[in-house]
Write a protein that binds this ligand. Sequence first.
Ligand code: CTP
Length: 400
Amino acid sequence: MLRNREIILGVSGGIAAYKSVYLCRELTRRGANVHVVMTNNATQFVTPLTFQTISGNSVTHELFELFHGSEIGHVALADRAHAIVVAPATANILGKVANGIADDFLSTMIMATRVRVLFAPAMNVVMWESAAMQRNIASLLADGYHTVGPVPGELACGVHGSGKMSEPETILEALEIMLTPKDLAGERVLVTAGPTLEPIDPVRFVSNHSSGKMGYALARAAVRRGATVTLVSGPTVQPDPLDARVIRVTTAREMRDAVMAEAAAATVICKVAAVCDWRPVTAHPVKLKKGAESPGALDLEANPDILAELGRTKRPGQILLGFAAETTDVTDNARRKLEAKHLDVIVANDVTSPRAGFHSDTNTVQILTADGDEVRVPNLPKDRVADRILGVVAKLRAKG
Ligand code: CTP
């Protein structure tokens, strides 16, 4: 999404400016051509040379500094950008833009642009909560500007509260959301992710190797494409996707109850979770001690097949997508599951192939549809695999 994009990174004068160095680095690493515009106050926190070295472009920090031939600098730069992200955005720059004040390069350029602008506010908690700031934020949102954060945390002034700039990864996610065409707008996408965990006693459980990476990538991709997303997640260490509602569960039965409660409202259901097929018959209330209490063998009973139940209760127009984690006869097994569970799409995942499956950041899949279409997705980062999968979903929806 950021490859070959012209991105203007506005940096205003707050201590979080040091984090924007990493943001600049990540933007360039993802293929964006970054032009940094600093306010004079920002140069007190980080030097222009730092940003110049990292972005590979000269840094602008004075009004009317940039003249290219006869073009006026702030207009020329703003005209050819795909997006502007201001991080950190101080109370001062937010107040200026909200009230139409253009008295330095950054505020003038923002006023002179039609491209989308994302602000990542950062300030003291009292400033953030002040009536003036909240009024300004409401005006900015009403005017079509985008914001991400701030988040609660330990602030530079030593106080704990809301006002901390979002982490660079979150700002990048917000930027990608802002830039992605919204071909899933109006869809309500329910995604399940991660493993389930079936207790033996309070310290032991039966589970599987699922990391949740693929399901979370799918939830993020659906948010980017404009869907309203609910994610039902088993235990994982993945951070919550921005702008998705997350329901955390532990066991297969909890996942079943959460999914069935949400399913009626969903227009698309993507069942990525690796649900445990069995659970111990008895979950002991206290820790089993080795020796006398050793269970020897575990008695297991079947868990509900959530996807099969969704297939039986599918509403007209609902698109139902499953995953098939396979180690042998991948395509045949996946197609059998597609038919048996009444799915529209199944993603066949050979979890034994290199750089694919559980825990890997990349995946190699085959997408099969009930109409007989087959799409082979080569080894790609899971975010890109997720986009290919949602491309198939969008195409199915377009077919009607
Ligand atoms: N699934 C489910 N509930 C279960 C088991 C699986 O909803 N109790 C869903 C998974 O989320 C996935 C699909 O069914 O979308 C296929 O899961 P998989 O583990 O590949 O297959 P199973 O149906 O469990 O069959 P098998 O274990 O025989 O391969």
